[in-house]
Design a protein around this ligand. Structure first.
Ligand code: PMT
Length: 404
C-alpha cells in the first residue's frame, strides 16, 4: 500500500449522524496509508458507533470529554488541538456545522476546533432537507469563507429513505481528499480552465435540446486540479453539482455562451480542457412563444445550424494558446474517431471514453479513458472519475505539458 499519508496527524472529529458507522472503515484506510488518527467523538456520535470500536481501529484511546481529568493528564485538549496536521469532521451534522459557525465550544470537539490553527475539512452528512435548509447552506458558506474545506456531501438514497444531497462521501473519497490535501502540488502556479456538463440549445421559451452529461467528469478534474495547486476556472453547463473548493465557477447554458466565455478565459490559462458535451447543432430560430401542437401536422421539423467548435477555436489560437485537451465520447471505433478529432481539432491530447459501456461515461461515477497524443497513448483503466482525474492531470503535468 502506498504510504501517501505517511506521518500525517489527522484528528477525526465524529458527530452524531448515521454515517458515523463508516468512520471505522475511514480510520482503517487512513492508517493503512501511514496516517496517525486521533478520534474525537461528540456525545451523540457515541450513540451511533462505540468509542471501543474507534479505539480498536485507530490504536489510540478515543477523546470524548472536555472535563475528564485522566484524559487531560495524558493529552490535554489544547495539546490535542496543536497536534493535528488536519482536522477532519466526518460526519459533520447540521448541528455541528451550526455550532462551528457560531463559534461555540460546548463540547470537546468544538473546543478543539476553536483552539486549533490546523486546516479543517468538513464532510457534511444529514437528511437532504436539512442540507437544503437555508440555515445550513448559510452556515456552510460561512465556514467555507473562513477557509474551511467542504468535502461533499454526495447525492443518493439516504438512511431515512429520502433521496438527494446529504450523504457523507464514501471513506475512500474522503481518503482521496486527504491525499489531495497533503499530496504534492504539481500544478502549483498553473492556471487551468475546464468546460463541463451539457449545453442546452433553446427551441422555444420552455424547450431545449441537450444530452445526458452530468458534469461529474469535468467537476472531478476541476477539483483534482485545485488540489494539485492549480488556479481553476470551471465553465459549466446546467448541472446539479456543488462547486469544488477553491474553484472559480462560471455557469452557462448554450454552446454559444460557453464558446464566448471559453475564448475570454483560454488566453489567460496555461491548460484548457474541454470536457463538456457541447451540442454540435442548435435550432436556427428560437421561437419567441411556446410552440403549439397543431392538429393538422403529424410531423414537425426543426432546422438546425452548426455551433462553434469551442475546443477547436481554442486550439487555433495563434497567441497565448494554452495546452489544449479534448474529450471524445464514442460508441464505436473509439480509437479511430478519437485520433481523427485529435488531428482535425489540432489538440495536444484527447481523452477517449467508450460511452456505450454500461456504468461508464455519461452520468456515471466511474469511467475509463484512453489518452492519445501525437507521440504516444496511454490507457487509464476503469476507476472513479475522481481517481481518473488525478491520473490524467499527473500525466499532463509530468509528461506532456512540461515537454510542450
Ligand atoms: O459529464 P459526465 O456525465 O461525467 O460525462 C462525461 C462525458 C462522457 C461527457 C465526458 O467524459 C466526455 O466525453 N466529454 C466530451 C463529450 C463530447 O462532446 O464529445 P465529442 O466527441 O462530441 O466532442 C469532442 C470534443 O470537442 C470534446 O472535447 C468536446 O468538448 C468538444 N466540442 C464539441 C463540440 C463543440 N461544438 N465544441 C466543442 O468544444
Amino acid at each position: 500500500m502506498e504510504q501517501s499519508l505517511a506521518g500525517k496527524k489527522i484528528l477525526l472529529g465524529i458527530s452524531g449522524g448515521i454515517a458515523a458507522y463508516k468512520c471505522a472503515d475511514l480510520t482503517r484506510r487512513l492508517i493503512e496509508r501511514g496516517a496517525q488518527v486521533q478520534v474525537v467523538m461528540t456525545p451523540a456520535a457515541k450513540e451511533f458507533i462505540t468509542p471501543l470500536t474507534m479505539q480498536a481501529v485507530s490504536g489510540r484511546p478515543v477523546s470524548d470529554s472536555l472535563l475528564d481529568p485522566a484524559a487531560e493528564a495524558s493529552m490535554g485538549h489544547i495539546e490535542l488541538a496543536k497536534w493535528a496536521d488536519l482536522i477532519l469532521l466526518a460526519p459533520a451534522t447540521a448541528d455541528l456545522i451550526a455550532r462551528m459557525r457560531a463559534g461555540m465550544g460546548n463540547d470537546l470537539l468544538t473546543t478543539l476546533i476553536l483552539a486549533s490553527n490546523a486546516p479543517i475539512a468538513v464532510a457534511p452528512a444529514m437528511n437532504q432537507q436539512m442540507y437544503a435548509n437555508i440555515a445550513t447552506q448559510e452556515n456552510l458558506a460561512a465556514l467555507a469563507q473562513r477557509g474551511m474545506m467542504i468535502w461533499g456531501p454526495a447525492a443518493g438514497q439516504q438512511a431515512c429513505g429520502d433521496v438527494g444531497y446529504g450523504r457523507m462521501l464514501e471513506p475512500m473519497e474522503l481518503v482521496g481528499h486527504c491525499e489531495g490535501f497533503f499530496g504534492p502540488k504539481p500544478l502549483q502556479n498553473i492556471k487551468l480552465a475546464i468546460t463541463a456538463g451539457p449545453t442546452r440549445e433553446a427551441i422555444d421559451p420552455v424547450r431545449y435540446i441537450s444530452n445526458h452529461s452530468s458534469g461529474k467528469m469535468g467537476f472531478a478534474i476541476a477539483e483534482a486540479a485545485a488540489n494539485m495547486g492549480a488556479t481553476v476556472t470551471l465553465i459549466s453547463g446546467p448541472v446539479s453539482l456543488a462547486t469544488p473548493n477553491d474553484v472559480h465557477r462560471i455557469d452557462v447554458e448554450s454552446a454559444e455562451q460557453m464558446h464566448q466565455i471559453a475564448m475570454e478565459h483560454a488566453v489567460n490559462n496555461d491548460i484548457f480542457i474541454s470536457c463538456a458535451a457541447v451540442a454540435d447543432y442548435r435550432p436556427s430560430n428560437v421561437a419567441e412563444q411556446k410552440i403549439k401542437k397543431n392538429a393538422d401536422n403529424e410531423h414537425m421539423q426543426i432546422e438546425m445550424v452548426k455551433n462553434p467548435d469551442i475546443v477547436a477555436s481554442v486550439a487555433a489560437l495563434t497567441k497565448q494558446r494554452p495546452f489544449t485537451v479534448g474529450f471524445a465520447a464514442e460508441t464505436q471505433d473509439v480509437e479511430q474517431y478519437a485520433r481523427d478529432k485529435l488531428k482535425k481539432k489540432n489538440l495536444d491530447l484527447i481523452c477517449a471514453n467508450d460511452v456505450s459501456v454500461a456504468g461508464l461515461g455519461f452520468n456515471s461515477n466511474d469511467n475509463a479513458l484512453h489518452l492519445y497524443w501525437n507521440t504516444g497513448e496511454k490507457a487509464l483503466a476503469t476507476a472513479s472519475k475522481a481517481q481518473l482525474a488525478k491520473q490524467l492531470l499527473n500525466i499532463i503535468a509530468s509528461d506532456l505539458f512540461r515537454k510542450k
